[in-house]
Design a protein around this ligand. Structure first.
Ligand code: UDX
Ligand code: ADP
Length: 463
């Protein structure tokens, strides 16, 4: 029976997941640790509207469990030593240097965690990989832990996270399935898996808790994300065909989605998928396949990324072409910066890449997102290193009022499907814009007919 859980990494995965475990297992102490002091301070903020991760419903879960059996701390060593079970939820960004640059996951942070666990532990531990990882990472963690020379025994489990941002709390409360991979060949391995099964069984029906060997679990996570991303790229590829054939991509999606073998989800055409997982996981899959010489497998999955990049570029090109082939000096309002609605996460957001292309064409961008602060938007653009920080600053203004973003603009581009955009006073926006007033709806979010009746030139994807 697990009494003390430690989670290393208080990010979008570790924070919400541990909050729900603590909420549902009041007898288990859960300590979430991070080296980022500001982040931990924000998790401990009295005012739960200031948590570092924005997720609908998360504030209530934290308010219920924090201080009771949920703790946030920067004392990593202490939490590791006291725990029976340690979740690793640190970031695994795509490598930006050396072999596998732009493809392989950078496992630096994972290895540092493993070494820290090895150094600090004085009692046996179950170590759980939570971060999305390339297949066979568990082996690397095991190698490090098993070679410490002290008598501590470790079991390594893979327990991939399937929560989607924006619906994380719902997904954690009622997951389609929980996947636990471990060493199925030994008594100790099976016992460790059982210990984690018992944690989840506090609220998840046992038949939805799946146990497999470690490699299947690791690969299933990559595969699930690759399949989901593939659906988005598939429908996006057809959106381009719809635009030239007068078919309507939403109608096509509805028609095929009613086939129960296909199903209706993940068929929403968009400016392109973003988020910390889809691209990274597919790149991992491609990299692993290539490293085993499976070039056809690698090429097959790489095409999902190629199509997604094309979709983002195509959206930017459409704006430029429609605005009479030049956006130089023209104000373009961006509604939305997050990679999807109901999150403040911007990792790999399509908005970043569309903005980058427009800035290279010397456009003046005015950005409004209900949850993303200016500092994050600057960071995202500077991270691309396409131009200097000063040049980005000169090209981008971030505002906290959507009407101000649109005032005097040649065009409005919808990059995120935030619900509030639908309810704006579009007549007021129209009155304040230069004419012709263009709207480029990258999410098929707005009522195009209504906008056209006001006088807008309304352009959307797949129609
Ligand atoms: C994804 C997986 O869904 C989740 O199971 C995994 O644990 C992490 O990766 P997430 O990236 O948070 O979750 O969000 P998701 O809802 O999958 O959306 C990813 C991207 O695809 C977003 O940019 C979204 O806007 C886009 N998308 C999604 C579409 O463009 N069309 C769709 O139909 C669905
Ligand atoms: P994810 O979406 O996977 O949760 P995030 O980047 O949101 O990724 O969160 C990962 C967190 O892990 C960050 O807050 C980072 O500071 C933390 N982290 C990385 N390495 C370590 C480490 N060695 N010890 C503690 N925390 C770490």
């Amino acid at each position: 029976m697990i009494k003390n859980i430690c989670c290393i990494g208080a990010g979008y995965v570790g924070g919400p997941t541990m909050a729900v475990i603590a909420q549902k297992c009041p007898e288990v102490n859960v300590t979430v640790v991070d080296i980022n002091e500001a982040r931990i301070a924000a998790w401990n903020d009295e005012d739960v509207s200031k948590l570092p991760v924005y997720e609908p419903g998360l504030d209530a879960v934290v308010a219920e469990a924090r201080g009771r059996n949920l703790f946030f701390s920067t004392n990593v060593d202490k939490a590791i030593d006291e725990a029976d079970m340690i979740f690793i939820s640190v970031n695994t960004p795509t490598k930006t240097y050396g072999v596998g640059k732009g493809m392989a996951a950078d496992l630096k942070y994972i290895e540092l965690c493993a070494r820290q666990i090895a150094r600090v532990s004085t009692t046996d531990k179950i170590v759980v990989e939570k971060s999305t990882l390339p297949v066979r990472t568990a082996q690397a963690i095991r190698d490090i832990l098993d070679n410490t020379g002290n008598d501590v025994k470790y079991q390594i489990l893979s327990n991939p996270e399937f929560l989607a941002e924006g619906t994380a709390i719902e997904d954690l409360h009622a997951p389609d399935r929980v996947l636990i991979g471990g060493d199925t060949n030994t008594e100790e391995g099976r016992a460790a898996m059982q210990a984690l099964v018992e944690v989840y069984a506090s609220w998840v029906p046992k038949e939805q808790i799946l146990t497999t060997n470690v490699w299947s679990s690791e690969l299933s996570k990559l595969t699930a994300n690759a399949f989901l991303a593939q659906r988005v790229s598939s429908i996006n590829s057809l959106s381009e065909l719809c635009e030239v054939t007068e078919a309507d991509v939403d109608e096509v999606a509805k028609a095929i989605g009613m086939d129960s073998r296909i199903g209706p989800k993940f068929l929403k055409s968009s400016v392109g998928f973003g988020g910390s997982c889809f691209q990274k996981d597919i790149l991992n899959l491609v990299y692993i396949a290539k490293s085993y010489g499976l070039n056809e497998v690698a090429d097959y999955w790489e095409q999902v990324i190629i199509m997604n990049d094309h979709q983002k570029g195509r959206f930017a090109s459409k704006i430029i072409k429609t605005l009479y082939n030049t956006v130089n000096g023209k104000k373009i309002a961006f509604l939305g910066w997050a990679f999807k609605k109901d999150t403040n996460d911007t990792r790999e957001s399509a908005a970043i890449y569309v903005a980058d292309i427009l800035l290279s064409e010397m456009a003046q961008l005015s950005v409004y997102d209900p949850k993303v602060p200016e500092a994050q938007i600057s960071f995202d653009l500077n991270y691309l290193a396409s131009r200097t920080k000063e040049e980005n600053e000169a090209g981008v203004t971030v505002v906290t009022d959507p009407y101000k973003a649109c005032e005097g603009a040649h065009a409005v581009a919808v990059l995120t499907e935030w619900d509030e955009f639908k309810d704006y006073d579009w007549q007021r926006i129209y009155d304040g814009m230069l004419k012709p007033a263009f709207v480029f709806d990258g999410r098929r979010l707005l009522d195009g007919e209504k906008l056209k009746a006001i006088g807008f030139e309304y352009k959307t994807i797949g129609k």
